[in-house]
Design a protein around this ligand. Structure first.
Ligand code: DGL
Length: 262
C-alpha cells in the first residue's frame, strides 16, 4: 500500500475493543484527528452472519468517510479476517486491519508453546489458519475461544470480580498447557491485559497486535502536516457507559462521546 497524506483516521469495531488499537494509534500519532465508532448495540459480531456483518460495516465506513476520514482502521480481528477484502473493493479508501500476533509470538516464544485466545470466527478463518501455517508451523498452538468475554468486557466493570473470574477460567487453562506466550487475538481482550498478566504471572508474555497496527499506520502516513489533533467517539450503545470506560484509558483531545444508530 502506498503512503497517503492523511489528516483524519476512522477506526471501528463491534464495540469498545478497538479502543485498545485507538490508544496505540494516538500514542504514535497524537497529532492526528480520529473518529471512532463502537457498534456496541450489535456486539458481539461473532454471532452474526457474514451478510449482516458486511451491511453493518459498510454503514460504519460510509459514516466515517462522511466525517472526513481518509484512512480506515478495522480494529476488529473478526472483521479483518472475514471481510476487509470486500470493504477494500467497495470503498476508495485505504484500509488497515488487525490479525492475531501469531508471527511475533512464534519468534519470541522460548519453549515454543503459545496460547491464542480469540473469537471462534477468527480461529476458524482462512486468514488466521494460513498465518499459522506460514509462521507457526514449528510451535504448539493452544487455541481457545474466548466464549462470553467480548460481552463481559462490553458490560461488566473491568475491576469486577465476575470479569476476573471469567478471565481466570482461561488463564488457568493456559497455565495447564505450560505456554510461555499468550496472544490476545481479539481487540477487546487487551483492554483488561493487566488482569491476564497478573493471573498468568511473569513467566508468560502477553502479546496483542495493536502496536503493530499503529506502526503500520505510522509508516503509511509520513505526512501529517496540517492535521488537527482531535478525537470524537460514537457508539450505537450507551454514550454514558462509553464515556465511563474511556476515562480509564486517558485519551487526549477527546472532544465528544455521542450515541448514534446507523
Ligand atoms: N473486538 C472484536 C475482535 O477483535 C470482537 C469480535 C466480536 O464482536 O465478536 O474480534
Amino acid at each position: 500500500m502506498a503512503a497517503v497524506s492523511t489528516k483524519h483516521i476512522g477506526v471501528f469495531d463491534s464495540g469498545v475493543g478497538g479502543l485498545s488499537v485507538l490508544k496505540a494509534l494516538q500514542s504514535r500519532r497524537p497529532e492526528m484527528r480520529y473518529t471512532y465508532f463502537a457498534d456496541s448495540l450489535h456486539a458481539p459480531y461473532g454471532s452474526l452472519d457474514s451478510k449482516t456483518l458486511l451491511v453493518y460495516s459498510e454503514r460504519i465506513v460510509s459514516f466515517l468517510q462522511s466525517q472526513g476520514a481518509e484512512l480506515i482502521v478495522v480494529a476488529c480481528n473478526t472483521l479483518t479476517t472475514e471481510l476487509i477484502g470486500e470493504l477494500r473493493s467497495r470503498f476508495k479508501l485505504p484500509f488497515v486491519g488487525i490479525e492475531p500476533a501469531v508471527k511475533p509470538a512464534a519468534v519470541q516464544s522460548l519453549n515454543k508453546r503459545i496460547g491464542v485466545l480469540a473469537t471462534q470466527r477468527t480461529l476458524k478463518s482462512a486468514g488466521y489458519r494460513s498465518t499459522c501455517q506460514l509462521y507457526a508451523s514449528d510451535v504448539t498452538l493452544v487455541e481457545r475461544v474466548g466464549a462470553g468475554l467480548v460481552e463481559a468486557i462490553e458490560h461488566l466493570p473491568w475491576t469486577s470480580k465476575e470479569l476476573r473470574a471469567q478471565i481466570k477460567y482461561f488463564t488457568d487453562e493456559f497455565r495447564l498447557h505450560d505456554i510461555d506466550t499468550l496472544v490476545l487475538g481479539c481487540t477487546h481482550y487487551p483492554l483488561v491485559e493487566s488482569l491476564f498478566c497478573e493471573l498468568l504471572g511473569e513467566s508468560v508474555k502477553v502479546l496483542s497486535a495493536a502496536e503493530a497496527v499503529a506502526k503500520r499506520v505510522e509508516q503509511l502516513t509520513p505526512n501529517t502536516q496540517g492535521s488537527q489533533s482531535e478525537l470524537r467517539l460514537y457508539t450505537s450503545g450507551s454514550a454514558e457507559h462509553l464515556a465511563q470506560l474511556v476515562e480509564r484509558l486517558s485519551f487526549t483531545q477527546l472532544k465528544s462521546v455521542s450515541r448514534l444508530e446507523l
